[in-house]
Structures are given as C-alpha cells and as structure tokens.
Ligand binder design. Sequence first.
Ligand code: ZN
Length: 278
Amino acid sequence: MKKVEHIGIAVNDFNAACSLYEKLLNTKVYKVEEVDSESVRTAFLQSGSNKIELLEALSDDSPIAKFIAKKGEGIHHIAFEVEDIKTEMARLKREGFVLLSDEPKLGADNKRVCFIHPKQANGVLIELCEAIEYPRKAKVMALNLDEQLTLFQFRNKLIIPDDLTAYFKLTDTEIDSYNQDMFTFYKFDEFKSVREDVGDYRGVPDYRNIVNTLAEHENCFVFAEYSIYVEVFAIRLYETQSNQNEIYAICGDEYKVVANSFTEFIALYRNNWSDVMI
Ligand code: ZN
C-alpha cells in the first residue's frame, strides 16, 4: 500500500455536494465522471496532495443507493493506492481477507480497483486502486472551455445561449472583448450567479437585497460590470435554448430589463453604452 489515494463520500444531491465541497476546500471540481460498472456519477476535488471523491447513485440498484438507504450520506470508502493491484489482491487473500471481486474492475479517475468488505475492516469499506498509465476511453471532463461550459450547464440545469457562448469562446483566446471605458466584460471563469457575484456586496450601492427583489435570481448570471459594481449586467438563463434571455442592468437592489438577448445588448452598448444603464 503506497498511501491513501482518496476518500469517497456518498451524496444524495450531486450538484449541491459539488458546490459545498468546492466552498469547503476552496477549489473547483477537476473531474466529473460516470462509472457504468457501479452505476455512479463521481466528482473529484483535490486538496493539497489529498483527494475527495463525491459519489452519487445513477440507479436504485447502485451500491451507492444501497449504502445511502442503509446508512444515509457520509464517508463511503477509503481508497489506498497500490503499485500492482493483482499482487496486492493475492497478498490480501492469503491474509484471509474476502475481496468483493476476483478481478480488478475499471474505476473512476483512470484506476483499476477492488474492494474489501467492510466487515473485515472494522466497518470501513476499503478500496485498492492502481493507476492505469494510458488514458482509457471514458466520460472524462478535463476542463477546457467547452467542457467547462458543459459542466456549468449540467450542474445548473440551465442553457447558455449561443451568442453568449460565442463571446466566451472569443475571450477564451484573448482576441476580443467588449471592454471599454469603465465597462468590464467577464470571461467564462468569472461568470457567476447574481448572489455569488454581488449578493454580499455592501458598498455603494448595497447589493444585499437584490436576491429579494429580483425574482428567480438564481437563474441570473452576471457577465459584465460598470466601474466595480456601480452597475452590473446579468443574463437570465433557461432550462432550454430560449429565443429570449433578458438582460438586466442591476444597481443595488434595483434592476431594469435593458435588452432581450446578449446580441441585442451588445448592439445597444456599442451604439451608446449609456443606453444600457439603469
Ligand atoms: Zn473511490
């Protein structure tokens, strides 16, 4: 055994758990992956040299669904990295441990894995894992921009309209930006919900009440600002591709719809930016 490779945590609500652990560890999920053999969706976060794996059941007969039904959410397993999983499995068998499979299975995060029954380890499910050197074909989301967009939409269950996606793609390669005067347009990694972006801002203006005045604020995301939050500009996203995505100019707890799409907003803004202010 080389070291603890990760700790697996069984969760009910994948999106909520990802957000919570991102806050807790102050780092982003770096990989989301589905493991068909276990019928689970997994997310990995790294904290220093340690990893946390969040696991959500994808069907009722998934081991994670059974675990949660029996014990509730919580620590599901501890995984140890091994040099050669077959050798280690043979050693443990000789020591009298019962392994949950005779052969290593394909696990998440490019690993060959095998489990030891918790009855034989003081109630803890133990995973052995060996890194596979070659990247196998899997639903891995290494996070380039396209994949970040996919993950964002999947996690928020909201669709970013094509015109805004095109803008994020342009700014990802640094070739274009609509920044001018005191306006700053965000890149995709700064694209956050109104609450996340300004919901705690108590300067002038004070934004703390906007979450009460703006209906369904959790679907509104800030893409630009004027002079450090004097005004911010947010777009309303929907669950499906929409022909209308309202653009709000927001100042403190006041707001106004200034355009009905990102494209329309940019046209107004380019013509005379004061047209898009409250
Ligand atoms: Zn694991």
